[in-house]
Design a protein around this ligand. Structure first.
Ligand SMILES: *Cc1c(COP(=O)(O)O)cnc(C)c1O
Length: 354
């Protein structure tokens, strides 16, 4: 029996998307592909409120997270770390042979504008990496405030991961001034895994031009050249791009405001539910994710047993990530999830816990 996914990615994929993905195959150098690519790109720009270049890469998010540091770090990178994915990104930056420092805050806390300012004021860095919504901890960092600080440092290129936030809330890239925004599609976008999207401003492309050893597969210059023809450097995951085309149309059909408020309402509902059952939330007020809720296992319940029982009933439950496994559990409410589906899950989970 296929389980209904309440884990923070991959998430449930609609039958409409699966149907769109089963369209007949086309060649990526055929005009049919350029039309598809062009339409998807235009809709992504509308969603992200940007005039920057938007590229499609066939990989999971980490492919482009690695590609971005290979392309954009010329001197030294400041990696802001507040969870498993951002900690890993620092490791990845160094593995790419880049000079980099980690600015760590405790798991469960947001990266603050003050921290970013104190790092950049040293003048040591020409690039930063930041995860908007740390999926491992359910923490949302204050991107508008951080973006305000970044304005003071026009020579610094910002790489922002929005894997579990893009489309669930308003993230107007140009207004914020984000140079390179990255996301994979298996979380907030509710597509099957295997496709990543990234943007690059002219400033980012100028930087990439001057950086050596960009490799080939994620070379931003290759992407820019092919983008002029609505194309990709190598063969893309065309079926997934059909799915993305369908999903973007569905976003606009629902309405972005409606989509954002659906997510906010589900987050509020989940937070209330957790408190009613006597749990504390892992993230502090004001830094709580709207696509997943991370709950402290303050009642010391047997999460592994609950995961198994729920699995038998057809629900996939998450009992925490990395070093906080067992101490926290995460409830995802992202993608296409409807409030009624969340209600059903919360009541089943509530019965297990009680
Ligand atoms: C899941 C996730 C990643 C890693 O994504 P992959 O697609 O597995 O490479 C990176 N960043 C965030 C915020 C994530 O949630």
């Amino acid at each position: 029996m296929a389980k209904k996914l309440f884990i923070p990615g991959p998430v449930n994929v609609s039958s409409e998307v699966f149907a769109a993905m089963s369209q007949p195959m086309i060649g990526h150098r055929m005009k049919e592909y350029a039309e598809l690519h062009g339409r998807v790109k235009a809709n992504l720009k509308k969603l992200m409120m940007t005039e920057s270049r938007v590229f499609l890469a066939t990989s999971s998010a980490f492919g482009v997270m690695e590609g971005a540091v290979r392309n954009l770090v010329k001197g030294r990178c400041a990696n802001f770390c507040n969870g498993a994915f951002s900690d890993k990104w620092h490791d990845v930056t160094k593995r790419c042979g880049k000079e980099a420092d980690a600015f760590k805050v405790p798991w469960g806390q947001p990266v603050t504008a003050e921290l970013v300012d104190s790092a950049l004021t040293t003048g040591k860095y020409d690039c930063i990496t930041l995860i908007h919504n740390e999926t491992s901890t359910g923490v949302l960092s204050p991107l508008p405030e951080i973006a305000e600080v970044l304005r003071k440092y026009p020579d610094v290129v910002s790489i922002i991961d929005t894997v579990s936030s893009m489309s669930a809330m308003s993230i107007p890239l140009d207004e914020l001034g984000i140079d390179c925004c990255i996301f994979g599609v298996q979380k907030a976008f509710a597509l099957p895994p295997g496709l990543a999207v990234f943007t690059a401003t002219e400033k980012a492309l100028e930087r990439a031009k001057k950086v050596e050893n960009r490799g080939y597969y994620f070379d931003f210059m290759e992407f820019a050249t092919n983008d002029d023809k609505d194309n990709t450097p190598s063969t893309p995951c065309i079926s997934l791009i059909y799915g993305l085309d369908c999903q973007l149309a569905r976003f606009f059909e629902e309405g972005l405001d409606a989509r954002w408020s659906r997510h906010l309402k589900m987050a509020e509902k989940t937070r209330r539910w957790a408190k009613e059952l006597g749990f504390e939330l892992f993230a502090p007020e004001g830094a709580r994710s709207i696509t997943l809720t991370s709950v402290i296992n303050s009642r010391d319940i047997d999460l592994a047993a609950i995961k198994k029982n729920l699995g038998d009933k057809g629900y996939a439950f998450d009992d925490g990530y990395g070093k906080i496994k067992g101490q926290t559990f995460r409830i995802a409410h992202m993608g296409d999830m409807q409030p009624e589906e969340l209600d059903e899950f919360l009541s089943v989970l509530g019965l297990e816990i009680r």
